[in-house]
Write a protein that binds this ligand. Structure first.
Ligand code: ADP
Length: 164
């Protein structure tokens, strides 16, 4: 690496952050000097948590990792990467089912800016079945989410449940 202080960017909607996301962030924090978790405001998705809430939950969940920063951004990821002069993207691959979408996204980002390289990390096996949408479904049906999400996320899901 030319710049020893460079940052890799892990983008996603994180609605809500799960233990699978935290596993990927932790692995990336061991591999790269700095990791920026970039929380997207995806207008196509109906979010359970606001952008501010998702950023807050992630900050709380990664506070033990000193080289990880959590930010939010709007617009095109390729533009954001150019703005901060970082060209390494991290994405998580759980199963073959993720591959097609992630492959398209990686090539599209490279098309938008040829400097962008996407690095795929695999989570611990225990998290390969885990997704934010599954966590939301379990919470909505009154199930326990303790084993799937960081404690602050579980607390938030439970308080949302009480408010109805
Ligand atoms: P997006 O809307 O960008 O797909 P997500 O928050 O769903 O945002 O996912 C962000 C990234 O994290 C994606 O690369 C996704 O494949 C990965 N990811 C999501 N859940 C897990 C998990 N349980 N284990 C590993 N990677 C995951």
């Amino acid at each position: 690496m030319k710049n020893k202080n460079f940052a890799a960017v892990y983008p996603g909607s994180f609605d809500p952050p799960t233990n699978g996301h935290i596993d990927i962030i932790t692995r990336a924090s061991h591999l790269f000097p700095r990791v920026i978790v970039a929380v997207t405001q995806n207008h196509n998705k109906n979010h359970m948590f606001s952008l501010k809430e998702r950023v807050g939950l992630l900050k709380e969940s990664v506070k033990r990792l000193p080289n990880v920063k959590v930010v939010s951004f709007e617009g095109l990821l390729a533009d954001y990467l150019s703005k901060i002069n970082s060209f390494v993207l991290i994405r998580g691959l759980r199963a073959i089912s993720d591959f097609e979408y992630e492959f398209q996204l990686a090539l599209m980002n490279r098309n938008l800016n040829k400097k962008i390289e996407t690095v795929f990390l695999m989570p611990d096996q225990a998290y390969t079945f885990l997704s934010s949408s599954m966590v939301k479904e379990i919470a909505a049906l009154g199930g326990k989410t303790k084993d799937f999400v960081p404690p602050c996320v579980e607390k938030k899901l439970n308080s949302n449940k009480k408010r109805g």
